[in-house]
Design a protein around this ligand. Sequence first.
Ligand code: ATR
Length: 270
Amino acid sequence: MDRYAVIGNPIAHSKSPLIHSMFARQTGEDLQYEALLAPLDDFSGTLRSFLDEGLGVNITVPFKEQAWALVDKHTAAAERAGAVNTIKRMADGSLLGDNTDGKGLVRDIQHNAGLTLAGMRVLLVGAGGAARGVIQPLLQAGPAQLCVVNRTVEKAEQLAMLFKDLGPISAAGFEWIEEPVDLIINATSASLDSKLPPISPSLIRPGHTWCYDMMYASEATVFNRWAAEQGAARCIDGLGMLVEQAAEAFALWRGIRPDTSEVLAALRQK
Ligand code: ATR
């Protein structure tokens, strides 16, 4: 049977096997998808031995940058992102690396939540790997402005430099910005420690500004709870992004894009 896997460390919590098995059932594709724990010092060994037989993998924390360095070819999105979350073994045995995180985020915002990014003022909070991975698709959606704000301002400035040919991107420190924006996306790892990035409440115009946390948990994240308290029009977590990035990977491997709505609804019920 065609084999696929997600590789990470830790990996036990991963929802990807469940999501891909639902996609396979829905589309009638005959495949097996498993979760693999790679040792922190030997991601490439785990990857190579799986891909002797397997047709593709997803890569999660903390191996996405290593995966970028190991593949033979990158899609345009992966090239810019500097990180790979999806690998496809091609017919000639070479490895193609893609990054579907940003496509998944934009699809969740625009298609599932119904917010058109064109012309919007968007604040991207954080300048680590997670932020870098979503900038190209965000800029391609045509916002009026994408401002990257980060605790360490130099990292936000580096990202703005790296992507400036693709659209209106700028960088800022938290204390520099106060005017309300249309959408705030939290791409920091702060939610993992139940911490809040130091964002001024004045950035949220009550009843207007949307907030999106790329993290998800069974309860609302700290960032989304804070945003709701400030009167944000909508607070969305990253579960939809997770399902949409998985659908993009499935489409790359199998040539068919599953309907994500029923999978997302099933996960929300759990
Ligand atoms: P990831 O791959 O999840 O993006 P990362 O590359 O380590 O992880 O980046 C983490 C991001 O979260 C960074 O933007 C970091 O800010 P710094 O660059 O200033 O370190 C941000 N971050 C983490 N904890 C934070 C906190 N408590 N408040 C604000 N930003 C935080």
